[in-house]
Write a protein that binds this ligand. Structure first.
Ligand code: NAD
Ligand SMILES: O=C(O)C(=O)C[C@@H](O)[C@H](O)[C@H](O)COP(=O)(O)O
Length: 586
């Protein structure tokens, strides 16, 4: 295969130990915790050289020490409580520091200690409840998180936490009317904790071991932030059991939630329904026809009817759970019902996880073509639950690799490296037997591909120019889908479309034959199609004129000037378009 530049990134600093009071959980119990917590997390992946693997925040009594130690044990890491470090450094207990110097001085000492630990301690660090309320500490935490650190917010049930915090001493702020003080502090702190946390884990009714399991799943999550001047920011969460965050993402405003899904993902929609009902929402279960049959005005109209009959208001919400066709349709219904209500996407296919669920392109097909009616309407969040891959058929997984490769070609060559290195395993993906190593490779591909998507969407939501690069391979791809009456899978059609676009790039003098060959080799090695012979040039040309990038009579393509350098190509010579088309028929 063509040898391309490898683009590895490293973030290392020399390992420095904390000053001394870290607790290393004992060997025997560590082994037991590991056995019980199973293979949830590969400790190597969570190791964050020169920084804590995770920082626990939360109210007094939330279980930061108990659960934090459990997690440290399972990962074979040290555990450190910042309060212990402060007491060691000052040679006084926390109440003594409060009494002698007052809270502001204590917070300043705490800030110094925490900032130091964020840059030196390499295990699980637990912070005092008030620590993130100090501006300097909060800023240091935000920096730590931005550079890849994990902030775990243990969201305690007030009654449980107050009971626990009454048992523990050492909490000067809870000294008098503990209950009233706890509730007042909770109201102030919860929004701050929530805003800076990488993951919030509710601990209500959970044993420390169960809570530790949830925390480790959370720590293992990969999160891509989608921002932009014209959108409300939201997160794409990738990991095991991310669907459990549904209530958190939906929030407290909705009373009714329409769960839109296909019957092929019943196992996952059952789980979502249970989570939603337990959280107190009234759930309307809406099953739509599978794949492109669901992306029609008739299906949308039948859902509008149900929402009307069941009294959905503007503050209610929609959850789209399924492949890209389902999330496109669910987003379209959300965008149009009462001119727009909140929605969350739970993608279950690889393609929907890497592409369709993020970015807010919602829509349906018409007789004349793909996605011709729709809107740009941003979800409140995306929960890509890797457990859904456990039922995903091989051919649907493989088609998703088409959009993954596209993101590698247009922006992130590291994606191409990973695809090359694991082509055999990816091509023979078997949902009943996914090794932890392969799952990690897939998770990285999803994270990288979503990051590429987020970059384009954040800078150009309404597709004025930059976002069109995400359409690499789609001009011909959509025409193939239409001419094949949607029997061809989207990702397969896009793969052929990319070979066509690469040929067009070469014929117009932008790339060499080697890069065109690389397209064929890489896509072919993943089990993707690289040729198509199902229609005439005239039919294809007519459909390409209806593509959304076309303007008036001007055809507009996305081609490559090099790997990771997409460009626009307006109205190329028709001969070049025809020749590129002939070259994909072989
Ligand atoms: N909005 C966007 O930005 C965007 C981006 C890319 C693609 N899309 C759209 O997405 C669609 C393609 O998405 P897709 O490839 O997911 O196709 P799809 O939605 O048709 O799903 C493919 C098939 O897999 C099934 N399926 C999905 N998840 C499953 C699971 N976990 N277990 C078992 N079966 C499962 C589905 O029911 C369906 O039968 C197209 O309509 C395309 O236009 C939209
Ligand atoms: O998000 C985008 O923008 C894309 O173009 C992503 C494409 O991969 C996706 O297939 C999208 O649905 C195509 O949209 P369309 O506007 O060409 O219909």
């Amino acid at each position: 295969m063509v040898n391309r530049h490898k683009n590895h990134t490293h973030r290392h600093s020399s390992r420095r130990r904390p000053q001394g009071s870290a607790r290393r959980p004992q060997q025997g119990s560590r082994r037991a915790a590991r056995a019980e917590l199973g293979d949830i997390v590969d400790p190597r992946r969570l190791h964050n050289p020169g920084h804590p693997a995770a920082v626990f925040i939360g109210m007094p009594g939330a279980g930061k020490t108990r659960i934090g130690m459990e997690v440290a044990r399972a990962l074979g890491m040290d555990f450190l409580d910042s309060d212990d470090e402060i007491e060691r450094r000052e040679g006084m207990t926390i109440p003594q520091i409060f009494e002698r110097f007052g809270e502001p001085r204590f917070r300043a000492i705490e800030n110094e200690v925490v900032v130091g630990l964020l840059d030196s301690f390499e295990g699980i660090l637990s912070l005092g409840g008030g620590s993130p309320m100090h501006e300097g500490t909060r800023e240091a935490l935000v920096r730590y998180e931005r550079e890849g650190g994990k902030i775990v917010y243990l969201r305690a049930d007030p009654e449980e936490a107050m009971l626990r915090s009454q048992h523990g001493g050492n909490r000067p702020l809870l000294a008098d009317d503990a209950r009233a003080t706890w509730m007042r502090l909770y109201a102030q702190r919860d929004p701050v904790y929530s805003a800076i946390a990488t993951v919030a884990v509710p601990t209500r009714g959970k044993t420390p071991m169960k809570a530790a399991k949830a925390v480790m799943e959370g720590m293992n999550e990969r999160v891509v932030h989608v921002t932009g001047s014209t959108i409300e920011p939201y997160d794409v969460r990738i990991g095991a059991n991310t669907i459990s965050h549904l209530p958190q993402v939906l929030g407290e405003a909705p009373v009714r939630v329409a769960l839109i899904h296909t019957s092929s993902v019943q196992r996952h929609s059952d789980k979502a329904r249970t989570i939603l009902r337990r959280a107190g929402y009234t759930v309307s279960d809406i099953i739509i026809p599978d794949a492109e049959m669901g992306k029609t005005i008739d299906v949308a109209s039948s859902i509008w009817k149900r929402l009307g009959q069941e009294g959905f208001t503007r503050s209610d919400a929609i959850v789209g759970l399924g492949g890209g066709a389902c999330t496109d349709l669910a987003g379209f219904v959300a965008a149009t019902w009462m001119r727009g209500i909140r929605y969350v996407n739970c993608p279950t296919s690889l393609l929907a996880m890497v592409d369709a669920s993020t970015g807010g392109k919602t829509g349906i097909n018409t007789e004349e073509g793909k996605n011709l009616v729709g809107s740009f309407y941003t979800p409140a969040g995306v929960l890509a639950d890797l457990d859904a891959l456990g039922t995903l058929p091989n051919d649907i997984f493989v088609e998703g690799l088409g959009e993954v490769a596209k993101s590698g070609f247009i922006r992130d060559p590291r994606i191409l490296d990973i695809l090359e290195d694991h082509a055999g395993q990816l091509r023979s993906f078997d949902c009943t037997d996914i090794s932890p190593e392969l799952l990690d490779v897939i998770a990285e591909l999803i994270e990288r591909t979503v990051t590429v998507k987020a970059y384009h969407v954040s800078n150009d939501l309404r597709e004025r120019g930059l976002r069109e690069f995400l359409n690499y391979g789609h001009t011909l791809g959509h025409a193939i889908e239409k001419l094949e009456h949607f029997r061809w899978r989207h990702g397969q059609a896009v793969a052929v479309g990319m070979v066509f676009a690469a040929e067009l790039s070469r014929l117009t003098g932008h790339i060499d034959q080697e890069l065109v060959d690389y397209h064929r080799e890489l896509l072919g090695s993943l089990g993707l199609r690289t040729s198509w012979d199902g229609g005439s040039f005239d039919d294809v040309l007519a459909l390409m004129h209806r593509d959304k990038k076309a303007r008036g009579n001007t055809l507009r393509f996305v081609i490559l000037d090099d790997v990771a350098h997409p460009i626009h190509l307006d109205n190329p010579p028709l001969d070049a378009v025809r020749e590129a088309f002939e070259l994909i028929r072989r």
